[in-house]
Design a binder for this molecule. Structure first.
Ligand code: ATP
Length: 600
């Protein structure tokens, strides 16, 4: 396949906002492809060269890309810089400039695999002379590129290729192209994806052997599994009822979720909730795990929390965040902020695929597998069989400083479900008891200019939740409070990589911010309550045909959820659920508006 065909598909997808149309464009693209071509087309469309968890980066800074564009189009670097400042996108500028030069035709049109290999070489180039190598490969590709190809090539290397097709839409397209449109096929494909997080590999197997091609997919050490997620309950009564009258309540530790993979030879890889490799930030855990866990290989999950070396007490989560991004003085950070891992689940133990077993058996395996030490511990838990017991334990847990409990179903069928959110796990936090909404993880989609003390930075951000069934981001609030001076000052820089010059097609809102952003960065907010709003679109059509939900008095908690991707933010469905939950005790006026309840 020629790269041109892929570029055409990007162009068509960018022009549509309809998920069904996107899917059919994708189906037409994928259906004739096989093997490496198929996998490469998928990785490239996701803006990467390999599955995201491998963290392959091209290492091309903007200045380097500018240099390559200048060389390929016979321009000076200054003039390329000037033009791309004006257009706001180096890709667009590259496309325009390529329209004015003669293409090198000798080698024929760019093949998809040639492009993929060229880009892979760019990623591989390291050490002395690597910058020149990267520029050279890019120039060679650009000289042969059509304007449209050039535009997308440059966007790819800059990490700004935003075609706007998310994984779920690709899975739909794969089902239609290589299996069937039925629900069952789609589910099997999603299960395989949740186990492997590798779209390319799944597509290749599907294309070669249909659904049966997925049968041999198993979890593997070193390849992260999408984490199982929890639902919420309104009360401990409801929680127990959902779980059939009996549940294991565990401490809900407030830290960073970690999936630890310990290979047979004792080497350790750690993955975040977003499947990013985070071992290098936690060398102390990497060192402690092999001797605390037997047998190997093993895959376990736990929450990483900072603790006080002297007293053993858990410290606030924010302290872990201090470690992230500290590369140079990491050793010092290790001493300042020691962390412990509270293991709460096990997916693989030795050769056994434990994740397929029900929770009570997994917990028993976990207790045998882990020899607790200062750094590696097992999540505290108690089995409760009635509301009084549940209440007693909950009080105890909250009294000890935890944010709540995580209930785990003990029933038949309570196996580990990768990537799924369901009532097999239920979170119940102390915040629910005080009638405050749970915190919401919102995606930044826009910003408003600041005035007065905030002039020169943003004064408020427009936040959205994710709507999986529509694959869209629906806004629910405009947040300006909770930012201290430092947080305010760094906003423009932090948001720079996501700036776009028009409303992203996947965003739904009734507001027009001064600046739009590609939905990427997630942050945590709390508010007084959720109300029905004609301006915001979260859950539109669920409660009312023409109105969504809005959060009143939103406030940034100070926590960026860099461990979540945009589609892992709070969903519209969860927001609707939270709205219904807050009904307890609240009185509704005829308009559906609720009286304001202030935070305690
Ligand atoms: P979610 O992970 O459900 O999208 P979130 O990341 O905002 O939501 P919470 O709503 O606070 O997090 O709760 C779920 C998280 O709680 C888990 O992903 C995990 O990181 C953490 N956690 C803490 N203790 C436990 C435990 N004992 N069992 C499972 N998860 C736990």
């Amino acid at each position: 396949m020629q790269y041109r065909e892929l570029a055409n598909v990007y162009e068509r997808i960018e022009a549509t906002t309809k998920r069904l149309e996107m899917r059919s464009i994708l189906v037409d693209l994928l259906r004739p492809l096989r093997g490496r071509e198929l996998a490469s087309a998928l990785y490239l469309s996701q803006g990467s060269l390999r599955p995201e968890y491998e963290g392959v980066e091209l290492g091309v800074a903007e200045s380097l890309a500018r240099k390559a564009v200048a060389e390929a189009t016979h321009q000076t670097v200054e003039s390329v810089a000037r033009r791309s400042r004006a257009s706001g996108d180096l890709g667009t500028t590259a496309g325009e400039l390529l329209g004015d030069v003669r293409r090198v035709e000798n080698d024929g049109p760019l093949e998809l695999l040639e492009v993929y290999e060229g880009l892979t070489e760019i990623a591989r180039a390291a050490g002395a002379g690597s910058q020149e190598t990267k520029v050279k490969i890019l120039v060679d590709l650009l000289r042969r590129a059509t304007p449209l190809e050039g535009k997308y090539l440059v966007r790819f290397v800059m990490g700004t290729l935003r075609v706007g097709v998310r994984e779920m839409t690709i899975l739909d397209a794969l089902a239609t192209a290589f299996a069937s449109e039925g629900k069952e096929a789609r589910e099997r494909i999603e299960i395989a994806f949740n186990l492997t997080s590798d779209l390319g590999m799944i597509a290749e197997r599907l294309a070669a052997g249909g659904l049966a091609g997925l049968d041999s997919i198993r979890l593997e050490v070193g390849r992260p599994i999408r984490p199982m997620l929890a639902e919420r309950a309104k009360s401990l009564e409801e929680l127990l009822q959902r779980m059939g009258g009996r549940a294991a309540l565990e401490y809900k530790y407030d830290g960073l979720r970690v999936q630890a993979h310990i290979a047979k030879d004792g080497s350790v890889r750690l993955f975040s909730r977003r499947l990013e490799e985070i071992g290098p930030q936690f060398p102390d855990l990497v060192r402690a795990l092999p001797s605390a866990v037997h047998p190997h290989p093993a895959i376990l999950e736990g929450e990483c929390v900072p603790f006080d070396l002297g007293t053993g007490a858990i410290r606030p989560f924010q302290e872990v965040a201090k470690r992230r991004g500290r590369k140079h003085d990491l050793e010092q950070a290790l001493e300042e902020v020691p962390v412990a891992l509270f293991a709460f689940d096990v997916l693989l133990a030795g050769d056994e695929l434990v994740y397929e077993r029900d929770f009570p058996e997994r917990r028993a395996v976990l207790e045998k597998l882990v020899r607790p030490s200062e750094r590696i511990r097992i999540a505290e838990e108690r089995t409760v069989t009635n509301v009084e017991e549940a209440n007693e334990y909950f009080e105890e847990v909250v009294g000890a400083g935890a944010e709540g409990v995580m209930a785990k179903s003990l029933a038949e069928g309570s196996r580990y479900r990768p990537g799924a959110r369901g009532f097999w796990w239920i979170k119940y936090k102390r915040d629910y008891v005080t009638h405050l909404a749970d915190s919401i993880d919102g995606v930044i989609v826009g910003a408003f200019h600041g005035r007065g003390r905030r002039a020169g930075t943003y004064g408020a951000l427009l936040l959205a939740v994710y709507r999986p069934d529509r694959d869209r981001f629906e806004t629910f609030c405009k947040v300006g409070s909770g930012f201290d001076d430092a947080a305010l000052a760094e906003l423009p820089k932090r948001l720079e990589p996501f700036r776009v010059d028009r409303a992203p097609p996947e965003v739904d809102t009734g507001l027009t911010p001064d600046q739009w952003f590609r939905p990427s960065l997630v942050l945590e907010v709390k508010g007084a309550e959720l109300t029905v709003s004609p301006i915001h679109r979260a859950g539109i059509g669920v409660l009312r045909p023409d109105a969504g939900l809005a959060l009143r008095f939103p406030r940034f908690t100070g926590r960026y959820r860099t461990d979540k991707s945009a589609t892992e933010a709070t969903t519209s469905g969860e927001l609707v659920e939270m709205y219904r939950m807050q009904d307890r005790g609240g009185t509704r006026s005829a308009t559906g508006e609720r009286p304001v309840r202030h935070k305690a």
